[in-house]
Design a protein around this ligand. Structure first.
Ligand code: AMP
Length: 245
């Protein structure tokens, strides 16, 4: 099963992706995590990526695409993978489609986690991350047991530079300009299983809907409309309309 998570930064796609990856025993591949690991390890790639990330900009496609193509070619991706934060531009999506076509493969699902911008700004300003082990928290909804200290590894948790409000605004602008067009791109892809969209605007509905995701994806075409507001797109349907027609 090959899945792409779409959605604005901070929409919660990472959290959903981890759950889906666990459920289906497929690797969770987050380009943001890969870049952050490179920054932490002081690699050349990390140094280059940081300049863009700190400004809320996308890392250029030429630094990103090869990295992902290389990763999905590894043995643990044989039965599928879930991409979180890639593709983020049309050229990235085209590179992925082309790489998979070469081996006669296609993505199975694209999932859009749809959360309004204002909720994202609020959510990200409360987010805290451990730069040591990558765990993320929220000061209200997922607090650390000891204030400011990572539950997992005991290191301090911080507001990431790219989660600061001014950077978040920039990231949202970049998302709307460069990443949101991917929703149309994946709607037009010939279905090998179509795409799943969450049309609900309320955050609660997003998380409720995903509880049933695992039931839903097993047989996407027998569920025109899944429970809890998740909509399944089949060939010719409009996933953004409630009746899926
Ligand atoms: P994330 O953790 O997915 O929100 O990513 C953090 C930052 O890493 C983004 O704001 C970008 O600067 C960079 N990044 C992650 N994935 C990509 C990608 N596919 N293309 C370009 N830049 C990316």
């Amino acid at each position: 099963m090959k899945i792409i998570m779409l959605g604005a930064p901070g929409a919660g796609k990472g959290t959903q992706a981890k759950q889906i990856a666990d459920k289906y025993r497929i690797p969770h591949i987050s380009t943001g995590d890969i870049f952050r690991a490179n920054i932490k390890n002081g690699t050349e790639l990390g140094k280059k990526a940081k300049q863009y990330m700190d400004q809320g900009l996308l890392v250029p496609d030429e630094l990103t695409c090869d990295l992902v193509m290389d990763r999905i070619g590894q043995d643990d991706c044989e039965n599928g993978f879930i991409l979180d934060g890639f593709p983020r531009t049309i050229p990235q999506a085209e590179a992925l489609t082309a790489a998979l076509e070469k081996i006669n493969e296609k993505m199975d699902y694209a999932i859009d986690v749809d959360v309004p911008d204002e909720n994202i700004v609020n959510r990200m300003s409360g987010r805290r991350a451990c730069l040591n082990c990558g765990a993320t928290y929220h000061i209200v909804s997922i607090p650390t047991k000891v204030e400011g200290i990572c539950d997992r590894c005991g290191q301090p948790v911080v507001l990431r530079d790219d989660d600061k409000p001014e950077t978040v605004q920039k990231r949202l602008t970049v998302y709307h300009e460069q990443t949101q067009p991917l929703i149309d791109y994946y709607k037009k892809q010939p279905p090998r299983a179509g795409a799943v969209f969450c049309p609900e605007k309320r955050e609660k509905a997003v998380s409720t809907g995903f509880k049933n995701f695992s039931k839903t994806v097993k047989n996407p075409f027998t569920h025109k409309r899944a429970r809890c507001g998740i909509l399944i797109m089949s060939k010719g349907s409009n996933p953004l309309l409630p009746d899926g027609s």
